[in-house]
Design a protein around this ligand. Structure first.
Ligand SMILES: [Zn+2]
Length: 745
């Protein structure tokens, strides 16, 4: 987001109080509602400079529930006036409106079947008539995959599995469906819309896989000179098939985007993105290739599905997949699914929305209407409170992030090591993110598809969580980064596989790790890491902070054993006892040492730390322990001991630091998630099915912020935060799910 668009000085009208050393004050209240209203959407809809997705922070996606022609109730009470009035009450800055879903069009379409209960009414017309009075941009939602009505009407467009069977509700990207969608979008472009949100560009989220139709087979043979593989073969032909699938939906998106831009260059196009974890090759998307489609990249956060670490992880991922590009994240106001007619607590909505904004993304909250088309008043009241605060705080968002660690994502490992069990690869990435986030170590993400030496060098530390499949080019890149003075942390099985994910006898990274691979333990996950007490007396003392010495710590997952060839070896990795005669035979207690826990190798001006076990993956597994996180923190702090800003806070507080260059200030965002005690309402054998926690109330907590650079003064955005400045740093106490410490430099 452009700085000039976000730095509007909204809070200049509010009396912020600069804090003098030693003084404790309460920060003042935010801008009044009138000021917030004035701030919203000052420009005409359709205005080209800047575009709506660059100038707005928050919006609501409205959609129906169900798609029925069997009664007179479905959506019968929806009106454009009601939809837009609710958006306005919630301080929504833009509206995304379902206009073509899996069954119906909700405008007067000539090519798609219109929702029968609308009769002669045109919902898009009604919404636009209302939205235009308030200069509110309207984005039309248009669904591609799972378009069941098109699938039924056009058997020739259906996606086929390897045996030639139709795949239910999925449409081939090489079929005439593209022309149909062009006609649908062409109709909608006759209205004064500001953009399209095109949903579902996947190949499905699991088997059966597509597409083996005759058109795709011919296109594949033309492109690759061979016949399609007969199924999922994980060989050279399958490598071509993976590329072919990725190119199929990219070509579809590009052709559709070109058509739209040729007709209406003033409007935006975005495509719902599924290149991020937990999605893998099965959806036919790659992290970078698909993030760069459209005017911005957009994806769904949904903590009740993906976990409460996901709002942070997803936004960092999108920013890494499309560096510098605009990013949007969508979530839901509901508790457990999109259509449960329930409203999440205000505190939780606030925490989630502000997490996206702090990381520099725009946020869309999805609301699904009641079956009859009416809306939930409480949902819009709560969103109004969240969005009002977001708009008042606009000046704090969209600035350049300051990040300590570049977390590396290997899509090649995702595909070829993870194969049909992508979590096998992703667990280490998830665990690394969670450990860093909870340790208040700021991070960005680097994708293998767009990694460059220049990008790596923006981070003091690059962290490669177990990426078994690396290419020679990637290893050379890491070597150049380290030799030039960078610090590299690699974990797990990084570098031990060939390009097809097969474990080798030598690691590609041996040279830069300074050690030889002697074995990999792949069969059993009951492996342990032990830090001997003698480490406390030497240069390995940093490892022991917060971790019991001489204690075998379970690091559930595979491990590699190395033998030093120049690296300094510290600590021990241990294998478990093996037994075939008891029910615990796959989860046994520690037995013998197999190799070092840590290899430290100086190379050129930098150094490499290698921890060849599943330290990070274990942290998001069933046997997670705080010690996993602490050891990761100890390793990073050892490599980067004096970050510009260091924060000590509870682990459930996330830190995002940005630099407002024009305002000459560093902005330290503090985001606190505080869950209620999780419970399980299931019979005994399913007792591990614990529901995700709900953030019913905000948490009152203390944080200490240490600024390791000269600064003029500090203040907080507030209200409700006390701050005391002492010699050793700023002491904050707050109960705000989102707070900003402003450091004037
Ligand atoms: Zn096909």
């Amino acid at each position: 987001m452009n700085e000039s668009m976000t730095r509007r000085g909204m809070l200049q009208a509010t009396a912020r109080v600069a804090v003098a050393t030693g003084a404790a004050v309460n920060a003042p209240v935010l801008g009044s509602r009138d000021e917030q209203d004035r701030e919203r959407t000052p420009q005409r809809a359709g205005s080209q400079n800047p575009r709506w997705y660059l100038r707005h922070l928050v919006g609501i996606e409205w959609g129906p529930t169900g798609a029925n022609d069997k009664d007179k109730i479905y959506l019968s009470r929806a009106t454009g006036k009601q939809i837009i009035d609710h958006q306005l009450k919630a301080h929504s800055e833009y509206a995304v409106l379902f206009m073509k879903d899996m069954e119906f069009a909700y405008y007067n379409s000539r090519v798609a079947r219109k929702c029968p209960n609308l009769a002669r009414r045109d919902l898009l017309r009604e919404c636009l008539d209302e939205a235009q009075k308030h200069n509110m941009p309207v984005v039309a939602y248009c669904q591609v995959q799972y378009d069941h009505s098109s699938w039924k009407a056009h058997p020739e467009w259906r996606m086929k599995d390897p045996n030639g069977n139709d795949i239910p509700s999925r449409l081939c990207y090489h079929s005439g469906y593209l022309d149909f969608i062009k006609r649908v979008t062409g109709e909608m472009m006759e209205y004064e819309i500001s953009g399209f949100h095109i949903d579902m560009l996947d190949f499905g989220f699991g088997p059966p896989y597509g597409c083996w139709c005759k058109r795709c087979q011919a296109a594949f043979r033309k492109e690759h000179g061979i016949a399609m593989p007969k199924g999922v073969t994980w060989d050279q032909a399958w490598e071509k098939m993976l590329a072919f699938r990725c190119q199929s939906n990219t070509r579809f998106c590009k052709e559709l985007q070109s058509f739209i831009k040729a007709t209406r260059p003033d409007i935006s196009v975005d495509f719902n993105y599924h290149g991020y974890p937990p999605f893998s090759w099965e959806v036919g998307q790659r992290p970078v290739l698909h993030a760069i489609n459209g005017d911005f990249v957009t994806a769904e956060g949904l903590p009740f599905i993906f976990g409460h670490a996901n709002p942070s992880l997803l936004t960092c991922f999108l920013k890494g997949a499309r560096p510098g590009g605009p990013v949007q994240v969508a979530t839901s106001r509901t508790m457990h699914g999109y259509h449960d007619f329930n409203v999440r607590p205000l505190a939780e909505l606030k925490w989630e929305v502000f997490t996206y904004l702090a990381h520099g993304a725009q946020c869309t909250v999805v609301d699904k209407a009641n079956y009859d088309g009416t809306l939930d008043r409480v949902a819009y009241e709560r969103l109004g409170e969240v969005f009002g605060e977001a708009i008042a705080k606009r000046e704090y968002f969209g600035h350049k992030p300051l990040q300590e660690v570049g977390l590396y994502y290997s899509s090649r490992s995702r595909d070829w090591y993870g194969r049909e069990d992508p979590v096998k690869y992703m667990a280490a990435f998830w665990g690394a993110h969670k450990a860093l986030m909870e340790s208040h170590i700021t991070m960005g993400m680097v994708m293998d598809e767009n990694a460059s030496l220049e990008r790596l060098r923006t981070f003091p530390v690059v962290y490669v969580p177990s990426a078994p499949v690396l290419t020679q080019e990637e290893v050379q890149l890491f070597d150049a980064y380290v030799s030039g003075g960078g610090s590299l942390l690699v974990t797990g099985l990084t570098g031990v596989c060939d390009r097809y994910g097969r474990v080798q006898t030598e690691s590609l990274l041996s040279g830069i790790i300074g050690a030889r691979l002697t074995r990999c333990e792949l069969e059993h996950s009951d492996n342990y890491l032990r830090l001997p007490g003698e480490l406390a007396k030497g240069d390995g003392a940093f490892l022991l902070e917060g971790i019991p010495s001489d204690w075998p710590m379970l690091v559930w997952g595979p491990l590699a054993t190395y033998e030093s060839a120049g690296a300094r070896a510290l600590g021990e990795l241990m294998l478990a006892y093996r037994s075939k005669d008891n029910q615990w035979s796959n989860h046994m207690s520690p037995a013998s040492v197999t190799g070092p826990a840590l290899l430290v190798h100086r190379r050129g001006k930098g150094r490499v730390l290698c921890v060849p076990c599943a330290l990070d993956a274990a942290y998001v597994g069933d046997f997670r322990m705080p010690e996993h996180r602490r050891l990761i923190r100890n390793l990073i702090r050892h490599m980067n001991p004096h970050p510009e800003i260091a924060v000590h806070a509870p682990p459930n507080v996330e830190i995002v630091i940005t630099h407002d260059q024009a305002g000459r200030r560093l902005l330290v965002h503090l985001l606190a998630f505080s869950g209620s005690v999780p419970s399980a309402a299931v019979p005994f054998p399913k007792g591990t099915r614990v529901l995700p926690p709900l953030m019913a109330e905000p948490m009152d907590y203390k944080a200490r912020v240490q600024v390791n650079r000269p600064f003029r003064r500090v203040e907080v955005a507030g209200p409700g935060t006390d701050i005391v400045v002492k010699k050793k740093g700023m002491h904050l106490q707050t109960c705000n799910p989102h707070e900003v410490l402003i450091v004037h430099v």
